[in-house]
Design a protein around this ligand. Structure first.
Ligand code: 4AD
Ligand code: MG
Length: 468
């Protein structure tokens, strides 16, 4: 008999009541009440599980079935019927139970609440725990929602390279990619490593951002986005930084900073609204076990008016509270996480765009403002997260861009293709990068980035002691 997924059974159980069905899945728990027993069965096709009724009088495998340990895999055939007890509308009354693999008693995820730290040590198993089942399902829904939003808004999805020879952010946080023999490095006359002998004939790294390539493609398609993995050898061991994370990077031609912010605001609200309609079960669970009030918070986010303020105004506001900070807020210094959170949590109590940062603290590609001191940059700050997205209008004037490269000591030859984009049909354009994990954190109530990546890579820890 063909298997029916639990999501199909639970979508409209009344329509299937009375039918004989086969459900395969993993035992979340089994209990024995004497003549009858129950299995809570999950197959991962939806967040909810199916109740299986076992009756000693009619089920040959009763004795083995009621004793099954959590994590066992089984195939149950039986008739679906209305459940007399509360908690579920229907249950599957087992007529046969086939055991694929009975889980031994040392299965680490026994039915009880486990701490996130403990679960983090079991990346290969933790997706079976309810909280991670909910988080990773939300992650999947959000990824799809990003693509749907972009599709509905006329964007072309582009895949930018993972291996690159340019440092987009200029922060020197790149992981090197090489095929050289580390034991026998080729050296040039001056004793430096000779990368011309390397695989690509020059130094290469894992990308920190797909922006520069997205800019090239935006000059062909007008509106593009890339959504892929990015890598940073950033030694910040915080709950919001990973060495490997995913970024959504739209790039739009014939647009400036205000359209860029409109797009970021629309995207974030779309994601919140989408989850509220598609992830009811997951959100209800996370609302109870991860963050009380999560659903209400997302409803508020979906309808929020995002504040827009300049860096200069923000620093003036923050400076009044300098006594509360570890780092002084002053014009010219980058905002620290404590400042960002103070703005979005204490001062505005909601999402805030901070715009027009001092040019000295921002990347080479941001468009110079007329004041000569600031650039057309924006950061989107959210309560609990701090920076969710960072973007800018790009410098489209070749002479200004060239002067900026020279000022920063960046060799023009390395940016010849980037300057070409300005020479051949250059247009005002803008974009941003939105940290996908930070969005997942915000929309699940999880407070550690390690808990929204199935297999997190962070400084000093590629994975758990179990090496997944
Ligand atoms: O602000 P960032 O560095 O911006 C850029 O890379 C631009 N080139 C993007 C663009 O304009 N296309 O990074 C963008 C976002 C941040 O706002 C943050 O949400 C996330 O990426 N991010 C990280 N997320 C997790 N771990 C890290 N180490 C992150 N670094 C940045
Ligand atoms: Mg940033």
């Amino acid at each position: 008999m063909q298997r029916t997924e639990i999501r199909t059974i639970l979508r409209d159980p009344a329509a299937l009541a009375g039918q004989t069905l086969r459900a395969d899945g993993w035992v979340k728990s089994a209990r024995d009440s004497g003549r009858i027993g129950f299995i809570d069965l999950s197959d991962g096709s939806c967040f909810a599980s199916l109740q299986v009724l076992l009756e000693a009088d009619s089920l040959a495998e009763y004795a083995e079935a009621v004793k099954l340990g959590a994590g066992s895999s089984v195939s149950v055939t039986g008739r679906l019927r209305p459940s007399p007890a509360g908690g579920q509308s229907h249950e599957l009354r087992a007529e046969s139970v086939h055991i694929y693999a009975a889980s031994p008693p040392d299965y680490p995820l026994q039915k009880k609440r486990h701490g996130l730290d403990f679960l983090r040590s079991l990346p290969h198993l933790r997706a079976r725990a309810n909280v991670f089942a909910a988080v990773f399902r939300v992650r999947s829904l959000l990824a799809l929602a990003v693509h749907r939003f972009m599709w509905e808004n006329g964007f072309v999805c582009v895949h930018t390279p993972v291996i690159t020879t340019s440092d987009c952010e200029g922060a020197g946080e790149m992981f090197r990619v090489t095929a050289l023999d580390m034991e026998r490095l080729p050296r040039d006359g001056a004793g430096a490593v000779d990368f011309s002998a390397d695989f690509f004939g020059r130094e290469a790294s894992l990308t920190v951002s797909g922006q520069l390539e997205a800019e090239a493609l935006a000059h062909a398609f007008g509106k593009v986005y890339t959504f892929g993995p990015t890598f940073r050898a950033e030694n910040s061991n915080t709950a919001r930084h990973a060495a490997e994370f995913w970024m959504i990077e739209p790039e739009i031609a014939f647009a400036g900073l205000s359209e860029d912010m409109d797009l970021a605001e629309d995207l974030v609200k779309y994601l919140a609204r989408d989850l509220l309609t598609r992830a009811e079960a997951e959100l209800a669970f996370l609302d109870r076990f991860a963050e009380k009030g999560l659903t209400a918070r997302l409803e508020k986010l979906a309808g929020a008016e995002f504040v827009r303020t300049t860096y200069t105004e923000a620093v003036a506001l923050l400076a009044r509270h300098n006594g509360a900070f570890r780092y002084e807020a002053r014009w010219g210094a980058d905002l620290q996480t404590e400042h960002e959170r103070y703005l979005t949590e204490q001062i505005w109590g909601g999402p805030v765009f901070v715009t027009d940062y001092p040019r000295e603290i921002k990347a080479f590609y941001m468009r110079a403002n007329d004041d000569g001191r600031t650039v057309a940059a924006m950061d989107l700050l959210l309560p609990g997260i701090g920076e969710l997205a960072g973007g800018s209008q790009r410098e489209e004037r070749p002479d200004v861009l060239r002067a900026r490269l020279a000022e920063l000591g960046l060799p023009e030859a390395n940016y010849a293709w980037y300057l070409d984009l300005r020479r051949f049909g250059g247009a005002p354009h803008a974009g941003f990068g939105l940290g996908f994990e930070r969005a997942v954190m915000h929309m699940t109530g999880m407070t550690n980035i390690r808990d929204v990546l199935p297999f997190p890579r962070t400084a000093g820890a590629a994975a758990s002691r179990r090496e997944v």
